[in-house]
Design a protein around this ligand. Structure first.
Ligand code: ZN
Length: 492
């Protein structure tokens, strides 16, 4: 089958056919987490979005190198409270080695990603492990004349850059508008222009994460790590750079400026941005009191949550919307996602276990597979894939209750449809229903009840009933063992 993957390129502001630089190979870079706190719902969206892209590119036969960085030297531009690196601050408060804090949050991030069935990237470079490369990159920008040293720090000269290259081309801004809305912030007096951003920042004495450099003991600016690690692992020009829409400005804008200044040309061919998740219409944030970590979702341990939401429900919820549209979280929306997912999985189970193939199908199946490929090719239209799986579920349900018949070939086609699109590409795990605590509890209760009835029957010497229960459970795949303390069961 011929595939024509088109993706929305934020830089061109339009969908474009995807053509990799090196045929058969794709280099993609996605801005990863800042590891100074637990992963929250906002982390799930880019992770799942670019996981879908990663899975689909591999499915199409590309060899993909997927780089997702770990920001572990702090969001220097975003640290409003004290100007101190957030990892360092946390370490000082908890008397921990900074790298211990980084590792703790990184482990927890990985656990959450694994629960969401997000595949690990090919390379996960740490900003703190690439200080030498970042220093070398700053030297290139200085040599090209687009940066200046001031009081031990190095700043990017936005005005000078803008004279020859449009600063703001990705986010559609221009520096006059930006200047009129920029507030005075920390370090302003060291800068030639308020829009200039730090490439290297001199560390203040209380700052415990710092490295030697030609300019001062200090640390690299946040925007720098992505330019440096992206090109280190993917080459001076690479295919795809992704991230949340909130990173478009200033982070990605600064990345473009840095690449042009250091290399003389841009590094990225396709910029992709996922939209944000809001909670009851509001942006998520600690200050709004609606900050919910992924773990709190999984266990239902936040006052705003009416119940636990298994990771697959969160994943399915994210995929029900196109990645470029906003998603609003509410208990109702997640409960609806849970029901929808259960319906699709139940249909798949019926397909596996309960439909007896007929000589021929009494209905003509549309080409669901092709429809799903077309949806994926159209800028990863996952809601359309899910709608198609729903339609196929209805066909399965009709065949299960006997109102229609399906041939062995059609049953096989439907199975392949679910295997490819629901499990392989949307990345839904099939065993989630059993992991849902409510379902598991009901299931265990029902089996125990049957075994209690069996032991009552035995006590009453009603061997017919007791044998019937044992034999039927064995037939269904249970292993029943009689012990001194009653019957024990397991699933073979
Ligand atoms: Zn980044």
């Amino acid at each position: 089958m011929e595939h024509n993957l088109t993706i929305y390129n934020s830089l061109a502001r339009t969908k474009q056919p995807f053509k990799p630089i090196h045929p058969g190979h794709v280099g993609m870079y996605v801005c990863g987490p800042t590891v100074y706190g637990d992963a929250h719902l906002g982390h799930a969206r880019p992770a799942v979005t670019f996981d879908i892209l990663f899975r689909y590119l591999k499915h199409l036969g590309y060899k993909v190198r997927y780089v997702r960085n770990i920001t572990d030297v702090g969001h220097l531009e975003h640290d409003a409270d004290s100007g101190e690196d957030k990892v360092a601050k946390k370490a000082r408060l908890e008397q921990l080695e900074p790298m211990e804090v980084v590792q703790m949050y990184l482990n927890s991030y990985h656990r959450d990603m694994e629960a969401l069935n997000v595949l690990p990237p090919s390379i996960e470079p740490h900003a703190s492990g690439h200080i030498i490369e970042q220093i070398e990159y700053i030297k290139k920008i200085l040599d090209a004349g687009f940066a200046y040293e001031s009081c031990g720090s190095v700043y990017f000269d936005v005005r000078k850059y803008n004279a020859t290259h449009p600063y703001g081309k990705l986010s559609g801004r221009n520096i006059d508008d930006l200047l009129s809305t920029t507030r005075e912030l920390d370090g302003q007096d060291e800068k030639r222009c308020p829009l200039d951003f730090a490439l290297w920042k001199k560390a203040s004495p209380e700052h415990i994460m710092h490295w030697p450099s030609p300019w001062s003991e200090g640390f690299p600016g946040w925007h720098l790590e992505c330019s440096v690690m992206g090109t280190k692992y993917l080459g001076e020009t690479f295919d795809i750079h992704g991230g949340g829409m909130d990173l478009m400005f200033p982070h990605h804008e600064c990345e473009i400026a840095q690449s042009v200044a250091a290399q003389g040309h841009e590094a990225v061919r396709y910029w992709m941005h996922n939209n944000m998740i809001t909670i009851n219409g509001k942006k998520m944030g600690k200050s709004y009191g609606n900050f919910i970590t992924l773990e709190q979702f999984f266990y239902g341990s936040h006052p705003a949550l009416e119940q636990p939401y298994p990771p697959m429900v969160i994943r399915f919820f994210v995929l029900q919307a196109h990645y470029r549209s906003t998603v609003d979280f509410s208990n109702e929306a997640l409960q609806a996602a849970e029901k929808a997912l259960q319906k699709i999985l139940a249909a798949y189970q019926r397909l596996q276990q309960r439909i007896k193939p007929s000589e021929k199908s009494s209905v003509e199946l549309p080409d669901y597979e092709n429809r799903c490929y077309e949806a994926m090719d159209d800028d990863l239209n996952t809601p359309m894939v899910i709608a198609t799986l729903f339609e196929a579920s209805k066909v399965i349900n009709d065949a299960t209750d006997g109102s229609t018949t399906l041939s062995a070939d059609d049953i096989e086609r439907l199975r392949r449809l679910f295997d490819t699109f629901l499990f392989e590409l949307l990345g839904i795990r099939n065993n989630e229903a059993a992991e849902d605590p409510k379902t598991e509890k009901a299931f265990e209760g029902a089996v125990n009840l049957l075994l209690d009835i069996r032991s009552s029957a035995k006590a009453a010497k009603d061997w017919a009933t007791s044998d019937l229960i044992r034999d039927k459970l064995t037939e269904l795949g249970f292993e029943i063992k009689d012990t001194k303390n009653g019957a024990e069961w397991s699933i073979r």
